[in-house]
Write a protein that binds this ligand. Structure first.
Ligand code: PLP
Length: 377
């Protein structure tokens, strides 16, 4: 006898939302950038913060297969996790030796990025006892965030013995305003970096990240360090995005209701209904990374048609104005598109008054995640 009871759901069906991550698109973005910079410039990839929220365990091997050889993470733990995944890659830890003892780095063949003279002395002392494993050096050329201050760089220039006894795999600096091509600080930093490089022991040099590599060939030096552009964020804001979108996010419709004029929707009664409106409630909220700052802003798409977000974003839910949408597309349990090729991370970021980086790294843990590669899912 046929049962009428709903069947138990599989994980993908149980989740409120599905996040699809296109590993082929990430690899394609890597290849596109590598082609752009040419064979004399190495493209290192930045996979910190779990590959910008997309899952380092899947993303890093895809990049390695695409030809990436140097990987940057922020923390020692990220480096140790990545070493398990990629036994042969060069892995550098941006946040430096404060994260752990030299032996912690050396044991896993992780390259620390030394950020001050104290760290240089510590690494040199370790190298003297245990042999000179290479390190990288970060010079601050105008961002006042991380790396040797200009004064420390000057001391290092005056006392080059501080760098003896270990190899320098890279000297790097980071641009503060690379996403604004006309910002004068870009050239100021390039000049300061070049001046320091001329007076320090010879080593490969790197200044540009995603946006910096579009500032012109002077900025490319020996290596670019690319994160956001790999993951589909537009490195040249205000101009067409040269990168392929990498993520698709779709979430379930939970309920649909008709709301009359004079009523309101959501917390704070913040959205007043002025004419009869159909509202769809979606399984997506700020606990999933859909920022509350995008309340009343941006839109989802249903069968390709925009549905504006109305009312406050709550922890697990958001509400869409779906007036005029085909009722056949509004069945509870069916999906609305929140992120896709035509409405990407930068659009969502604009609605939330933030940047694509924050949208990606904030993507929640409740989604069912699907990775596409080799044309499959
Ligand atoms: C030192 C350093 N290099 C490279 C990157 C990668 O930057 P992007 O994601 O803009 O490519 C970052 C990111 O924050 C960084 O801090």
């Amino acid at each position: 006898m046929a049962s009428t009871e709903p069947r138990p759901r599989r994980a993908g069906d149980r989740a409120g939302a599905i996040l699809e991550i296109d590993l082929d698109a990430i690899a394609g973005n890597f290849r596109k950038l590598a082609e752009r910079v040419g064979s004399n410039v190495r493209v290192a990839v930045v996979v910190k913060a779990d590959a910008y929220g997309l899952g380092m365990a899947k993303v890093a091997p895809a990049l390695y297969r695409a030809g990436a050889k140097t990987f940057f993470v922020a923390t020692l733990d990220e480096g140790l996790a990545l070493r398990e995944i990629l036994p042969r890659a060069q892995i550098a830890v941006l946040n430096g030796l404060v994260m752990g003892a030299p032996a912690d780095f050396a044991k896993a063949a992780l390259v620390p990025v030394l950020n001050d003279l104290g760290q240089i002395a510590t690494w040199q002392g370790y190298a003297a006892r245990r042999g000179g494993a290479p390190a990288m050096l970060h010079l601050d050329t105008g961002m006042a965030r991380l790396g040797l201050t200009p004064k420390e760089t000057q001391r290092l220039i005056n006392e080059p013995g501080r760098l003896e006894g270990f190899g320098l795999a890279l000297i790097l600096s980071h641009l503060a305003c690379a996403n604004e091509a006309a910002h004068p600080l870009n050239d100021t930093q390039l000049d300061a970096f070049r001046a320091a490089l001329r007076r320090l022991p010879s080593a490969p040099a790197s200044l540009a990240a995603s946006s910096g590599m579009f500032l012109g060939s002077d900025f490319l030096l020996d290596m670019v360090r690319i994160g956001a552009a790999l993951y589909g964020v537009n490195p040249i804001p205000g101009r067409p995005n040269p990168m392929q979108q990498v993520v698709r996010l779709k979430a379930k419709i939970l309920q649909v209701r008709d709301v009359d004029s004079g009523e309101s929707v959501g917390y704070g009664a913040a959205h007043r209904i002025e004419q009869p409106t159909r509202i769809a409630t979606i399984a997506m909220g700020y606990a999933d990374g859909w920022l509350r700052s995008s309340s009343h802003r941006g839109s989802a798409h249903i069968a390709g048609k925009p549905a504006p977000v109305v009312g406050q974003i709550s922890m697990d839910l958001l509400t869409l104005d779906v007036t005029g949408h085909d009722p056949a597309t509004l069945i509870p349990g069916s999906y609305v598109d929140l992120l896709d090729e035509r409405y990407g991370v930068d659009d969502v970021a604009l609605a939330a008054q933030t940047i694509g980086y924050e949208i990606l790294t904030g993507l929640g843990s409740r989604f069912h995640r699907l990775y596409r590669s080799g044309g499959t899912r």
